[in-house]
Design a protein around this ligand. Structure first.
Ligand SMILES: [Zn+2]
Length: 315
């Protein structure tokens, strides 16, 4: 019995060994044939890369299609860039045409006209009107809050002196029970572009030009100007509309803003000088000295009249 057990064990061992050997041979053979396949595939692929559709070449063909995709993408990107470049150059060409437009070096009233860092200064005063545009990239500096290239609008991005003066004016009008605030301060070129185009769609170019500045021509891009709104006893006055004109805050501002260095930029009856309809809510900081001159004892003189300049578009 013991001998039989040994024989059986020996047989099982031999069988297991044979099975293992067969498996090893099978695996070895398979590996070899794979390598051959790969070699073949590589050779075929180098011979006919474009036509071959063997799975092994799929990686190559994938990379080819990826390259194509990238090329397509880069082509469309290039196209996009080109388009935006074209747009940009068109825009800058327009603004360049505007900025290098023939302007006298002195105005009819003898003020010096200078162009520096994207803006016109006349008699040392930054001017943005229909005749004197700002560069589309012009962003004011020295403002209470600094605007960046991504800022579209900012009530506090007002020249620091003007901002501080506004706080004083706000305190003064508060004695009348009126709460005053800046509704619209700095506005970027792009925002003005959107606003203006919206107005043009709504009422046509000719009409829009009487109450909205074309991009680059808005005083809101200078950081010196803002539109105010007001309330009293918890009730808001009409805001940025002609209905504000004869309200208590509008009348107070018209006769007191100069004390803080502000001017009523677009006075009534001066449309031909400023190029805009009367705006009882739009103020511009120029400092107390000049503001007092322009207040002219209640008969407002426009900046255009004072400096001897126009406010007219070329077209
Ligand atoms: Zn305004």
């Amino acid at each position: 019995m013991e001998k039989n057990k040994h024989v059986n064990k020996g047989l099982i061992f031999v069988l297991v060994a044979i099975v293992l050997l067969v498996i090893s041979i099978f695996i070895f053979y398979n590996m070899k044939s794979n390598v051959t396949d790969e070699k073949l595939a590589k050779e075929t692929s180098s011979e006919s890369q474009k036509k071959d559709k063997k799975p092994t070449i799929s990686s190559t063909s994938t990379s080819t299609s990826t390259t194509t995709t990238i090329t397509t993408t880069s082509t469309s990107t290039t196209k996009k860039i080109t388009t935006s470049k074209t747009t940009k150059s068109t825009t800058s060409t327009t603004s360049v045409t505007q900025t290098i437009r023939e302007v006298a070096s002195t105005t009819s009233k003898g003020f010096k006209v200078e162009y520096r860092a994207g803006a016109y200064y006349i008699g040392g005063i930054l001017i943005a009107n229909k005749s004197y545009p700002l560069d589309k990239d012009y962003i004011p500096s020295g403002t209470h809050k600094q605007a960046s290239s991504s800022t579209t609008h900012c009530a506090d991005c007002i020249i620091e002196d003007g901002y501080l003066a506004f706080q004083k004016m706000k305190e003064a009008i508060k004695e009348k029970g009126i709460i005053l605030w800046i509704q619209s301060g700095y506005r970027s070129y792009s925002l003005q572009n959107n606003l203006y185009n919206g107005y043009v769609k709504r009422s046509g170019k000719q009409q829009a030009d009487t109450y909205s500045a074309r991009p680059g021509h808005s005083e809101h891009q200078t950081g010196y100007a803002f539109d105010v709104c007001a309330s009293k006893d918890g009730k808001n006055y009409p805001c940025i509309t002609s209905s504000f004109n004869n309200t208590e805050p509008a009348l107070w501002l018209k006769d007191n803003c100069y004390k803080y260095g502000f001017i009523l930029r677009y006075p009534e009856g001066k449309e031909n000088e400023t190029g805009y309809k009367h705006e009882s809510w739009h103020f511009r900081y120029v400092g107390v000295e000049l503001a007092t001159k322009l207040y002219n004892n209640g008969s407002w003189i426009t900046l255009e009249d004072y400096l001897g300049i126009d406010s007219k578009y070329d077209n």
